[in-house]
Design a protein around this ligand. Structure first.
Ligand SMILES: *Cc1c(COP(=O)(O)O)cnc(C)c1O
Length: 446
């Protein structure tokens, strides 16, 4: 079977990130200061982030240059391949063409280094010596730990307790790159201690871990904070994925009808899809973009679109997003990277403008799709990535029914080689499907 990979030459590596704020038909609602309820300004963010990232957070410039030093590090693993999934097409017996962009070749196995590297770089440029952060499944913690080690910065990671136990090798990976890891909630912060006093065996959540990391950064002058998803500048850095994909599609002679990404905080979905949506907004092809989330944590499909805090202790600015409520603690599903109560404001905004679609799927159907992909394509996807695989398969099967030869492209945002325990659970029929029911979500909000 011939496997088609589309790779760019080194000199064709994108020189710019794509900022969708430049092309939005309606401006993004601003983040608000929780005290004054006024839009936050650069001064409010300065204790937490370096100047350049604050600038990028609010920029309306369409193309933002990627610094030369960042491009040098990207060259270790970029461009990532765009691959025609001929094996998957064959077992599905679909007339559709399926392509995937593979981000699992990065140093830590996911798309996360795409933003960890520039974030560490801009912090180093500002003379920052320490960074705190949170991590769900451990993907972000390991990516930041790797990137910070390149630029000589110390990292402390608050890792969601359930993942700390489920994914010991992710913890070891963070430590290998020199990062320090605490299970969250922890005894190291007020936020952590107050949760533990009520719920000593709390499985933790990204919302809690963010509170802990922000608390340390806000109370120490030499320490800044970094977030691995949700914020505009994070989504911006991830657009290198879609920018590359657009160039690679030129080599294939195809252009997607449907682009798909899984969505936790929204960064890999945005990174892959926004450049295509941008072309559509500027008069290009009318593609569909689908964000796929777990039915156990369905912020885009069932959350309310409103101003909410990004964290559980209510310390962050208020951001307008689809949210299940900042106190929502999702069930302990294996796609740990998708257990966030909210969604990136930009992704939420596009959903409100009907520029993207959203869909929720259960973990068993995702693992089933992931195993079909592994057998036919030879890569075992991360449990998070399986959400995108599942949606791509669904679309390809619809094409089989209708006979349409659509071109379906999805982002395979990471490999699952540190997640084999979850594959074992699935293969042993031990995975439980959680679906949030509308009433329970209403009660949580009350
Ligand atoms: C972190 C992570 C996600 C979820 O985060 P997004 O910001 O929604 O991309 C998804 N997949 C993988 C492999 C991750 O590491």
């Amino acid at each position: 079977m011939s496997k088609k990979k589309f790779l760019l030459e080194e000199e064709q590596l994108p020189k710019y990130y794509y900022n969708i704020a430049a092309d939005l038909p309606v401006e993004l609602p601003p983040a608000l200061h929780p005290g004054t309820m006024q839009p936050i300004g650069p001064n409010d963010l300065e204790p937490l982030f370096p100047t350049e990232l604050i600038f990028q957070e609010v920029s309306k410039e369409r193309n933002i240059e990627i610094p030369v030093k960042v491009r040098e590090v990207y060259r270790i693993y970029r461009p990532s391949p765009l691959i025609r999934a001929t094996g998957l097409e064959k077992i599905l017996d679909t007339p559709a063409k399926i392509y995937y962009k593979y981000e699992g070749n990065s140093p830590t196995g996911s798309h996360k280094p795409n933003t960890a590297i520039p974030q560490a770089y801009y912090n180093a440029l500002n003379g920052v010596k320490k960074i705190t952060t949170e991590t769900g499944a451990g993907q972000w913690g390991s990516a930041l730990s790797y990137a910070a080690s390149i630029f000589g910065i110390d990292v402390t990671v608050f890792m969601v307790a359930v993942s700390y136990m489920q994914k010991p090798y992710r913890k070891a990976m963070i430590e290998t790159f020199g990062g320090k890891v605490y299970a969250s909630p922890s005894h190291h912060t007020n936020a952590g201690r107050s949760i533990l006093s009520v719920t000593p065996d709390s499985p933790g959540s990204l919302g809690i871990a963010i509170s802990e990391a922000v608390e340390i950064a806000a109370s120490n002058n030499d320490t800044k904070y970094a977030l691995g998803s949700v914020l505009n500048h994070v989504l911006l850095h991830q657009t290198i994925i879609g920018n590359e994909a657009i160039q690679q599609f030129e080599m294939t002679g195809d252009y997607p009808d449907i682009v798909i990404g899984c969505a936790g905080g929204g960064s890999n979905f945005a990174g892959f899809c926004f450049p295509f949506i941008g072309e559509k907004l500027r008069g290009g092809k009318n593609i569909r973009a689908i964000a796929v989330e777990p039915s156990a944590c369905p912020s885009l499909t069932q959350g309310e679109y409103k101003y909410d805090f990004g964290d559980t202790a209510k310390t962050t600015p208020l951001i307008k997003m689809h949210t299940l409520g900042n106190e929502f603690i999702p069930p302990s599903i294996h796609a740990g990277g998708l257990r966030y109560h909210g969604m990136a404001p930009l992704v939420s905004h596009l959903k409100e403008l009907d520029l993207i679609e959203a869909k929720a799927v259960t973990q068993n159907e995702c693992f089933k799709a992931g195993i079909m992909f592994a057998k036919s394509e030879g890569i075992i996807p991360a449990p998070e990535a399986n959400h995108a695989v599942k949606a791509a398969i669904d679309e390809a099967l619809l094409c089989k029914k209708s006979g349409e030869k659509k071109i379906i492209a999805f982002n395979l945002c990471g490999h699952g080689y540190f997640d084999m325990a979850s594959y074992s659970s699935f293969l042993n029929n031990e995975l439980i499907d959680f679906a949030q029911n509308e009433n329970e979500i209403q009660n949580m909000r009350a």
